[in-house]
Design a protein around this ligand. Structure first.
Ligand code: NAG
Ligand code: NAG
Ligand code: NAG
Ligand code: NAG
Ligand code: NAG
Length: 428
């Protein structure tokens, strides 16, 4: 046991709180600096339910680091398991402080947890491990299954892109691979990625640019120019470089540098530390290695298992290896034995292949199907990035599909909150 303390950042939003007995929504923050409570669909729900909204930053990320140096040895307390304990302790402390503020004792508000993506998995796992601390959970695009060779990820990108765009992407990858051997430096420079000395880093950066467009509801921004370039006999690599620079590095603000293993080795706390920290969780707990499938892959076949293992070793040192079996035994993967958890997924989202896509008793699962329904569509609307206020569903190609699932979410929440008087005592 290690009894040292560290400070963790949190936020509260009380404008809609029905004093004193409205519910408390715990919105879980994940593998990034947590900069506040977003005005997404959860705030619409908070208004509807008269809820207080609170949010805790994940340990190690943003301003919640226990250490001044992020050297590998200091990362030993960085895990989903520790994050869940943090959430449990925070839940108790916040309730105590709320009681003190409201001048009462021994009363609990009704709590409900929320999360998207990795925090979506934490949301499901929190209800699994601490059922007495929450009335229910929304696990949006929740990656509850740790996957070692996650080939289905690339396959889903191909399916979501559609045949024509997939073919253009595959041809682009072939051309990039050829140019990489003959004109590597010029090629990398044309993507503003001259610093990426390791070819795998460069190829992963290029693959992730396409992933991000599809994952966050912008398939047309990726596909239209590529398919057009192919039809017009224009240079596909040029067209792709334009997309990467304008959309991925421009609109989405992702730099090639965040793929550079040299930068990932930096142990100082900076604005970019999240990349190193998440890779540590990938390399120890959950893997999700986004490797090329042996047949029909979009990404370069050089982005393989070896690339990921080498990265883990190069960035964190010997002996760092993701024990996905231990993770799935601990949480149950898609066989999670929880209750009162809503799972939601977007039809175009590659991550849904690591989520629970089939309903089971007390754990409904919904797939929101539309052309731009990606990661966290139920909470974020369309596209999912850049951010739109209140998770507006208007720009989803099927707003109705989103609306229906949102109605289901409200129904489950209504029921579970009503069944959960004083979760400190009775809620199982
Ligand atoms: C809290 O309750 C005590 C005892 O009933 C009372 O004296 C005090 O004024 C209350 N404080 C507030 C802030 O309501
Ligand atoms: C993952 O893929 C690599 C390379 O194809 C293979 O050697 C390894 O056995 C696979 N591991 C698992 C657990 O599927
Ligand atoms: C690879 O994919 C192509 C096209 O999808 C298919 O025709 C072929 O049978 C596949 N090959 C193998 C070995 O699975
Ligand atoms: C919907 O898309 C249009 C056109 O791209 C854009 O002007 C508008 O701001 C979008 N609305 C929302 C709510 O995202
Ligand atoms: C509950 C639900 O809608 N499940 C569907 C999710 O998507 C898969 C396809 O990937 C379907 O097979 C499931 O029925």
């Amino acid at each position: 046991m290690d009894h040292r303390n560290f400070q963790q950042r949190y936020y509260e939003f009380l404008d809609y709180f029905r004093i004193p007995d409205g519910p408390v929504f715990l919105v879980i923050c994940g593998e990034y600096s947590c900069n506040g409570i977003r005005n997404d669909y959860i705030s619409v729900l908070a208004k509807k339910f008269g809820a207080a909204v609170v949010s805790l930053e994940h340990r190690y990320y943003g301003k919640s680091s226990p250490f001044k140096s992020l050297k590998t040895e200091n990362l030993r307390y960085l895990s989903s398991k520790q994050a869940l304990f943090d959430l449990a302790v925070f839940r108790q402390n916040y309730q105590d402080s709320l009681n003190a503020k409201l001048n009462r004792t021994k009363t609990d508000n009704l709590w409900f947890v929320f999360g998207v993506s990795y925090p979506g998995a934490l949301s499901a796992w929190f209800r699994l491990k601490f059922p007495h601390l929450t009335c229910g959970s929304l696990a949006s695009s929740a990656v509850v299954l740790a996957v070692y060779n996650f080939t289905e990820f690339d396959q889903q990108i191909g399916e979501s892109a559609g045949a024509e765009c997939k073919a253009a992407l595959q041809e682009t990858t072939r051309l990039v691979e050829q140019k990489l051997t003959t004109h590597g430096k010029a090629l990398k420079a044309s993507f503003n990625a001259a610093d990426l000395e390791i070819d795998g880093d460069f190829l992963y950066f290029l693959a992730d640019a396409a992933v991000t467009a599809i994952q966050y509801g912008n398939p047309d921004i990726l596909c239209k120019p590529l398919v057009e370039a192919k039809k017009d006999g224009k240079d596909l690599v040029d067209a792709y470089a334009k997309f990467v620079k304008e959309f991925y590095s421009g609109t989405e603000g992702v730099s090639a540098q965040s793929y550079n293993q040299k930068s990932l080795k930096n142990t100082a706390i900076t604005e970019d530390s999240s990349d190193r920290l998440w890779w540590f969780q990938v390399c120890t707990e959950v893997a999700y290695f986004q490797v090329a499938p042996s047949n029909g892959s979009i990404r370069s076949s050089k982005v393989d298992t070896r690339y990921h293992l080498d990265l883990c070793k190069n960035v964190f040192g010997e002996g760092i290896f993701p024990d996905v079996d231990a993770t799935n035994i601990y949480y149950g993967g898609t066989k999670i034995a929880g209750s009162k958890i809503i799972f939601t997924n977007g039809s175009q989202d590659p991550w849904r292949r690591a989520s629970k896509q089939i309903s089971s008793p007390d754990m409904p699962s919904y797939t929101i199907t539309c052309h731009n329904c990606g990661h966290g569509t139920d909470i974020r609307g369309c596209p999912q990035s850049p951010f739109n206020i209140e998770g507006n569903e208007k720009n989803c190609t099927s707003p109705d599909a989103v609306h229906k699932v949102r109605q289901k979410i409200i129904e489950h929440m209504d029921l579970w909150l009503s069944q959960c008087q004083d979760p400190g005592k009775t809620c199982i």
